[in-house]
Design a protein around this ligand. Structure first.
Ligand code: SAM
Ligand code: SF4
Length: 442
């Protein structure tokens, strides 16, 4: 292998982004150095996503593009959800690939590297049979202020459309002491914001005798000295207890934002999706958040065109958007996925109809965001400064409720703001972000 260099490209969700950070840490601990272009690397890795068909296609396109280079002694590896889903079939479809490993096998990554270095060209890590989480002493983090911490891996739900239980395996919670040690270590090295990650963080249950639940863990992480913001994603409405809202109310370090994926406003569709809650159950959680001590921004995920979704079901989703008034949302056309229960459901919604519904959802939500963001003009919000947008002459800020609030700053040193927390007055609004000016007097 030439000079132990690697290139890694990551597709998909925050879980994948953070897995890549841990994979990078493991590679570096094995003497590899990271390069920015695949052409310059001895080992080329793709950490893949298979949540929707499009995501999966991207991976195979990428592999195809670099096929020619396989002859130059380059080694290719496919990691993540496509690896787990397609398994050894990848070797047939892309014979220049030498490593295929799903996330549940990353605990064995060191051994897999040794096999590759020994010349094995069919190295696999595909077992889901693990009760371990992927812990590495060295994680190479991308953002200097905000750090991800995995608290739970895999998923034990079986939503009818979703590949995650097949690609990430069964749920495994990490010991709370290990989570706390990582949080303290991050605070000591200067991080001020922590985001707790998992496919369903609400079902977290400390495997050690303390047996803490998610709300208790959240409260403890928020107490770590030096940590000013704690976020978490993703929640599942079925497991989202009132004690989580109470924990947030009790400590403003827990950010003013909750991502609570609903998928559909129709109870009939929720049952077909096997989501384990009704629209009323979901709205009860929204009520807890809306009547809480602080104002929380709420965001969600929507799927349109699930098999059997009628116009009446779809209207119920639109009504729900009006009722909740989300701060933002991710919307997707239903994409049939291998192994999932929905694959065998009757009444597929035609592609053009899915597209039509997607556009309607996005337009309806855009109008809500324009109206809601305009209401913030004149308000003062604290932002964490994430960087600088030179072309616009603005600093990039993020509010506790997870809005982008870019701002100008006339006073003091204009070049050392990244990582600081500043009050900013909102002066303008758009559908997706706010603009303002710093009110700091230096
Ligand atoms: N664990 C999270 C949850 O329960 O909501 C998120 C899982 S997934 C990475 C993120 C989102 O992708 C889901 O909330 C859902 O809206 C969407 N999604 C998952 N499978 C899909 C499919 N087959 N077709 C379209 N959208 C899908
Ligand atoms: Fe997929 Fe449902 Fe698990 Fe979320 S809760 S990862 S949507 S199976």
């Amino acid at each position: 292998m030439s000079g132990k260099t690697f290139y890694i490209e990551t597709f998909g969700c925050q879980m994948n982004v953070h897995d890549s950070e841990k994979v990078i840490g493991t590679l570096m601990a094995h003497g590899y150095s990271q390069v920015e272009a695949p052409e310059a690397a001895g080992l080329v890795l793709y950490n893949t996503c298979s949540i929707r068909d499009k995501a999966e296609q991207k991976v195979f396109n990428r592999l195809q593009n670099f096929k020619r280079q396989a002859g130059n002694g380059k080694i290719f590896g496919v990691l993540g959800c496509v690896a787990q889903q397609e398994g050894e079939k990848i070797f047939d479809r892309a014979p220049h690939v030498s490593l295929v490993a799903g996330s549940a096998s990353y605990t064995r990554l060191g051994e897999m590297l040794v096999e590759l270095e020994a010349g094995n060209r069919r190295v696999t890590g595909l077992s889901l049979d693990t009760d371990q989480t992927f812990e590495t002493p060295l994680t190479r983090r991308d953002n200097p202020h905000r750090a991800y911490i995995t608290i739970i891996e895999g998923c034990d739900k079986s939503c009818a459309y979703c590949v995650v239980p097949f690609t990430r395996g069964p749920e495994r919670s990490r010991a709370s002491e290990s989570v706390m040690a990582e949080a303290r270590g991050l605070a000591e090295s200067g991080y001020t914001e922590i985001q707790l990650l998992g496919q369903n963080v609400n079902s977290y249950r400390d495997p050690s005798p303390a047996g803490q639940d998610f709300a208790a863990l959240l409260a403890r992480v928020a107490e770590v000295p030096g940590i000013r913001r704690v976020r978490y994603t993703t929640s599942h409405p079925r497991d989202y207890g009132k004690n989580i809202v109470d924990a947030m109310d009790a400590n403003p370090v827990l950010c003013d934002h909750v991502h609570l994926p609903v998928q559909s406003g129709s109870t009939r569709m929720l049952a077909a999706m096997d989501r384990l809650y009704t629209r009323d159950d979901y709205m009860r959680r929204i009520e807890w958040l809306k009547t809480a001590r602080r104002a929380y921004s709420i965001t969600t995920d929507i799927i349109v065109g699930f098999p059997g979704e009628t116009e009446a079901d779809f209207q119920k989703t639109l009504d729900l958007l009006d009722e909740v008034e989300y701060a933002s949302l991710f919307s997707f056309k239903y994409s049939p996925r291998p192994n999932t229960a929905a694959l065998h459901l009757p009444d597929p919604v035609p592609e053009e109809e899915k597209q039509r519904r997607l556009v309607i959802v996005q337009e309806r939500q855009r109008a809500i965001q324009i109206r809601r963001n305009a209401e913030l003009i004149g308000a003062i919000r604290e932002v964490l400064v994430e960087g600088r947008h030179e072309a616009l002459g603005q600093w990039i800020g993020r509010t506790s409720d997870n809005r982008t609030l870019n701002f100008t700053h006339s006073a003091g040193d204009g070049h050392a703001l990244a990582g600081r927390y500043l009050p900013v007055r909102v002066t303008r609004s758009g559908p997706n972000s706010l603009v303002g000016e710093s009110v700091t007097v230096v």
